[in-house]
Design a binder for this molecule. Structure first.
Ligand SMILES: Cc1ncc(COP(=O)(O)O)c(C=O)c1O
Length: 391
């Protein structure tokens, strides 16, 4: 009779299960076909950089660029210092300058619009589609005028924006299109990889991105040789050859060490993409079973890498607080739409809420749940059952 009593007391001391929003430590334990862990391969790759000592533009950078070309199908790939710098380099290569206008989404991470302003050009914000959270292509054409220098569309949360429609509008006016694929590297639209869906594609290898390095990193992609050459020069101080500068550029090179880490991770990435897809679908199914229907909506011509697994809830603050107590971390991507950021705010709030209705309403309700390719079904079940306790 004493045994159940002891058991009960032990269970009182059982550690509460907590979850990581993203768990990169599990990634390091993944094994390749030869049974080598990612950790081991990264250690070997890093050691080899220490051995040759070419920390800037070493052979790993060239090798990474070759592999990125194969992965995306783009003819040219350039490793750069971050996703933000990739955007900046792309805009500079297109000649964006003071008083130009760049049409972009109202709902993204700040960097998307920041780089436009950094060049003293004007971001012209557009509302989003309700299902994908991406720029609404039907609202682009009315904003095009002789000052429009580019369209910068973001593939948010892992799913490409509607590039078929965006490219056809851009073609009509001979305007180049940039894809900010910081969150969508590895996804596809009509069988074409994100980063290769427009004039220039750029991505970020920030550690928490679907393909991340161990610091800052990014890449630019294009099928246009002239733009590829320009971007390469800009990323290296506008040098045509050593100490011969024919344009103004930046220090925008990717580190050799980060390239070595990415080369190791790239081998594992196709398998991670498959896992991301099946976990995303399972998560959605389980959430729908408890009445949450605001799960990610993926268009039939696209795939998603679920950089974020984002749903919508009302009373978000309370929901977030309750989940925190239950050991489930969450994040808000993003609480404030770009035109409402203090630095961009030109109209009063009520006016902005009306103009960017879908983006604004989304910003009030979106919440991202823990998501990574190593989440197990039983963990998802556990998270979903805790969510159901809060409803
Ligand atoms: C949509 C988007 N654009 C640009 C960036 C900037 O990338 P990075 O942090 O590598 O500069 C990010 C990163 O969070 C992003 O999510």
């Amino acid at each position: 009779m004493k045994i159940p009593f002891i058991k009960k007391n032990i269970s009182l001391f059982k550690k509460k299960q907590t979850f990581n929003f993203i768990d990169l430590s599990r990634q390091r334990k993944s094994k390749n076909k030869k049974g080598l862990t990612l950790k081991k391969i990264i250690d070997k790759n890093i050691q080899s950089v220490f051995d040759h000592g070419q920390y800037i533009l070493g052979p790993e950078v060239k090798q990474l660029e070759e592999e990125l070309k194969i992965f995306t199908g783009a003819e040219h790939a350039l490793g750069v210092s971050s996703g933000t710098d990739a955007l900046l380099i792309a805009l500079m290569a297109l000649g964006v300058k003071e008083n130009d206008e760049v049409i972009t989404t109202s709902f993204s991470f700040f960097a998307t619009a920041e780089v436009i302003s950094l060049l003293k050009a004007k971001p012209v914000f557009i509302d989003i589609e309700p299902n994908t959270y991406n720029i609404d292509p039907n609202k682009i054409e009315e904003k095009i005028n002789p000052r429009t220098k580019a369209i910068l569309a973001v593939s948010l949360y892992g799913q490409p924006a509607d590039f078929k429609k965006i490219n056809s509008i851009a073609d009509k006016y001979s305007i180049p299109v940039i894809e900010d694929a910081a969150q969508s590297f590895g996804s596809e639209q009509n069988g074409i990889k994100s980063c290769n869906l427009s004039t220039i594609g750029v991505t970020s290898f920030f550690p928490s991105k679907p393909l991340g390095c161990y610091g800052d990193g990014g890449a630019c992609f294009t099928n246009d040789l002239e733009l590829a050459n320009k971007m390469r020069m800009i990323s290296n101080h506008g040098q045509e050859k050593r100490y011969f500068h024919t344009s103004i550029g930046i220090n925008g090179r990717i580190d050799t060490l980060q390239a070595a880490i990415l080369l190791a991770k790239l081998e594992f990435y196709p398998d991670e993409i498959k896992k991301r897809k099946s976990i995303g679908e399972y998560y959605s199914k389980k959430l729908q079973e408890i009445g949450i229907n605001s799960t990610p909506k993926i268009n039939k011509e696209s795939t998603s890498v679920y950089a974020q697994f984002t749903i919508q809830v009302t009373s978000r603050d309370k929901f977030q607080e309750k989940l925190k107590v239950l050991g489930i971390p969450t994040a808000i991507h993003y609480p404030k739409i770009l035109p409402m950021q203090p630095v961009f705010k030109s109209l009063d709030s009520k006016e902005l809420e009306k103009t960017y209705k879908i983006a604004f309403e989304s910003s009030q309700k979106v919440i991202s749940l823990p998501f990574h390719p190593w989440l197990e079904k039983k963990e998802i079940n556990n998270i979903v059952s805790k969510i159901s306790e809060t409803l």
